[in-house]
Write a protein that binds this ligand. Structure first.
Ligand code: KIV
Ligand code: ZN
Length: 565
């Protein structure tokens, strides 16, 4: 088959559903909209936007994505919008709720699933194989009565008996399923094994030519990408992926890895990626790691900080002589910034706009651009060299702050007495009334052993919202003493979990541990960057508080919706 004749692989992105099931991750509706917009721009075909029956918040997010992102074609090479998909158990009430959420999208899909492995049937569902077939068929028929595009997943297919799988899948094809997804739910399979399952099912399921076969691989053995590619060679034409490979436990197949494997080996695979814009990869990876608070390990393929770094002298010498000696992908192909000096305090609007376009950011409104420009100027004043990484951090900062303004930071002053104590005075504004927005100014001071602790304590004294801190993370965006400091603060609403009696403090344990001890409690993240790391911390704290306040306001309004006429 010539390159031109190859079908494009269908990328089904589940960052906002399976990805959001990562421990400790919760995204606001606005954050989900921002990620969805970026995925659309990159060319993703199907977006699994959430699990609408799971919560009111999930329903609203899926509906908002269906309505606002569903129709978009901007940046999409094929000119057609993404299909917006929702997940539903094989239960009519779930399926109906799912359809109501995706309804506004021009292209929509219901994804329904039911376990098929003996271990799940016996211990989890407590049903027989016959009952399993009946339920699967009924669910698919009902979904098809609502929507033309229906995907069915036999959960734990990787450990299900192949002949039984063929029987279930033949029955759901008959019932109207249009895509069959084969999940290795627990990340158990090896590439050979997964390919053999896929091949067997395609060859032995009656009606298999009427549907698209799909992969869904978890990464418990670190084999998710290898299994996915093996599945493609065996006949799958859709791959289910997440950005940065986030997801349940060890995560899912990483989009960027599959995409770049197909890009790097165009003749090895029976599918193409002509519909994808790989230059958006780095940007979307950064956005997802910032908004989820899940940092990317530095040696992660394609998007890790070291993915294009050459440390040894021999390698550096080789790359300088000829890039391809040690680089199989040019960093700019995936939109990785060059790390060169880009702009300074004399750079104007045009230079900034042109540079952002080079980084794949061409979609800002005039208002958004103006705000980025003003922040860029402030940074350029205090920092000699503004790097691409700084610009990216600044953009992510802007995204993570959009629309959240119950609290505003006005001023921070800190006095430290060498190693013994620090006193911080913090002035803030709090929203007094929403329409029109009016603010009250407050100021308080606190003393603590360290400056960050003093700032957070001074802030805490002024906020009536009950909350406590479960995570604090700080890193330099670029190297050097003038690097922008990027801070993430994680707060929980005290009503949701056990309050920390010494709140607020900087936890000494790794953030992930604390999140796990508070299972069930929702964690609200705030991020901010600033040349002054103390100020970045105060801003991040305020951003996290704004998320709690917004969540509270939304719950109140949803209660009002329910009691309305
Ligand atoms: O891993 C899994 O089995 C899933 C299904 C819901 C497709 O995520
Ligand atoms: Zn999964």
């Amino acid at each position: 088959m010539s390159q031109a004749e190859k079908p494009n692989i269908v990328f089904f992105d589940t960052t906002l559903r399976d990805g959001e099931q990562s421990p400790g991750v919760t995204l606001s509706v606005q954050e989900k909209l921002d990620i969805a917009r970026q995925l659309s721009r990159m060319g993703i075909n199907v977006l699994e936007a959430g699990f609408p029956v799971a919560s009111e918040g999930d329903f609203r997010a899926v509906q908002a994505i269906a309505k606002n992102i569903g129709p978009l074609t901007e940046g999409r090479k094929e000119g057609v919008p993404m299909t917006i998909c929702g997940l539903a158990r094989a239960v009519n009430s779930d399926i109906k709720r799912c359809f109501d959420a995706i309804e506004p999208a021009p292209r929509k899909r219901i994804h329904t699933f039911l376990a098929t492995s003996d271990i799940h049937l016996k211990y989890k569902l407590k049903i027989s194989r016959e009952q399993c077939i009946e339920r699967a068929v009924a669910a698919v028929k009902y979904a098809r009565s609502l929507c033309e595009d229906v995907e069915f997943s036999p959960e734990d297919a990787g450990r299900s008996e192949k002949e039984f799988l063929c029987t279930v899948l033949a029955a759901v094809i008959e019932a109207g399923a249009t895509t069959l997804n084969i999940p290795d739910t627990v990340g158990y399979n090896t590439p050979e094994e997964y390919a053999a399952i896929m091949k067997h099912l395609i060859q032995n399921t009656p009606g298999s030519d009427k549907v698209i076969w799909s992969t869904h691989c978890h990464n418990d053995l670190g084999l998710a990408t290898a299994n996915t590619l093996a599945g493609v060679v065996a006949g799958a034409r859709q791959v289910e992926v997440t950005i940065n490979g986030i997801g349940e436990r060890a995560g899912n197949t990483a989009f960027e890895e599959v995409c770049m494997a197909l890009y790097t080996h165009p003749t090895l695979f029976p599918v193409g990626i002509k519909h994808i814009d790989p230059s958006q990869i780095y940007r979307v990876s950064k956005m997802v790691s910032n908004l989820t608070g899940m940092s990317v390990q530095s040696n992660k393929a394609i998007v890790g900080a070291n993915a294009f770094a050459h440390e040894s002298g021999i390698h550096q010498d080789g790359v300088l002589k000829h890039q391809e000696t040690y680089e199989i992908i040019r960093p700019e192909v995936v939109g990785v910034p060059s790390n060169s000096l880009v702009l300074g305090k004399h750079s104007g609007r045009n230079a900034l706009r042109t540079h952002l376009e080079k980084l794949g950011v061409s979609h800002l409104t005039e208002e958004e651009f103006q705000s980025v420009f003003e922040r860029f100027k402030k940074i350029a004043d205090s920092k000699r060299q503004v790097m691409d990484e700084d610009l990216m951090a600044l953009l992510d900062d802007q995204t993570s702050q959009s629309g959240l303004e119950h609290f505003r930071l006005v001023n921070v002053q800190v006095f430290t007495t060498c190693g013994t104590s620090a006193t911080a005075t913090v002035r803030i504004q709090t929203l007094a009334s929403a329409d029109p927005p009016t603010y009250e100014t407050h100021e308080d001071a606190a003393t603590a052993p360290g400056a960050v602790d003093a700032i957070f304590s001074a802030l805490h004294r002024q906020i009536t919202l009950e909350h406590h801190m479960v995570g604090y993370d700080v890193h330099g965006v670029t190297g050097g003493s003038d690097a922008l400091g990027a801070v993430t603060v994680k707060l929980v609403n005290s009503k949701d979990g056990t309050p920390n009696p010494k709140s607020p403090t900087i936890p000494s344990q790794p953030n992930g541990f604390i999140e796990r001890t508070l299972q069930g409690a929702r964690i609200f993240k705030g991020q901010a960057t600033d040349p002054d790391v103390l100020l970045a911390g105060a801003k991040a704290y305020i951003n996290a508080l704004n998320r709690i306040a917004l969540d509270k306001a939304m719950n109140i309004s949803s209660e009002l919706d329910k009691s309305g006429p």
